[in-house]
Ligand binder design. Structure first.
Ligand code: DGP
Length: 113
């Protein structure tokens, strides 16, 4: 989608610091990091949010989480890491292209704010 920020990043029309890419997924550093490691993992396919994913996307959703684990290992997040997606404005979603936040490198608290 040409009016989607993350589609434009995936298409390399908007710059970002990529840390991973394959045929189905891409990952790049969050522009406003909330932890020493803060990476966004996105599907290349435009899905506006987790709630908009279909049963057909189930394998893709699993793949995104496997990618998150792989990046966590590569960043040596041995003390722990968090993978989270915000679904909807009320949960803090500001970009309408499904993305998982991978956060690590500092202690995490629970519940998140
Ligand atoms: P969320 O609020 O859950 O929809 O997360 C959106 C994230 O996207 C937020 O943490 C900031 C990040 N972000 C917004 N614009 C850009 C951008 O242009 N480049 C990058 N790399 N990240 C962005």
């Amino acid at each position: 989608m040409s009016d989607c920020l993350f589609c434009r990043i995936v298409a390399r029309q908007t710059p970002a610091q990529f840390v991973y890419e394959d045929d189905r997924a891409a990952a790049f550093k969050d522009v406003n990091p909330q932890a020493p490691t803060h990476v966004l993992i996105v599907p290349k396919k435009h899905i506006s949010s987790l709630a908009e994913a279909s049963d057909e996307d189930a394998e893709l959703l699993g793949h995104l989480q496997r990618v998150a684990c792989r990046i966590a290992l590569e960043h040596s997040l041995t003390k722990g890491f968090r993978v989270v997606t915000n679904n909807g404005r009320g949960a803090g979603q500001s970009v309408d292209h499904l993305h998982y936040h991978l956060l690590g490198g500092r202690a995490m608290t629970w519940p998140p704010g």
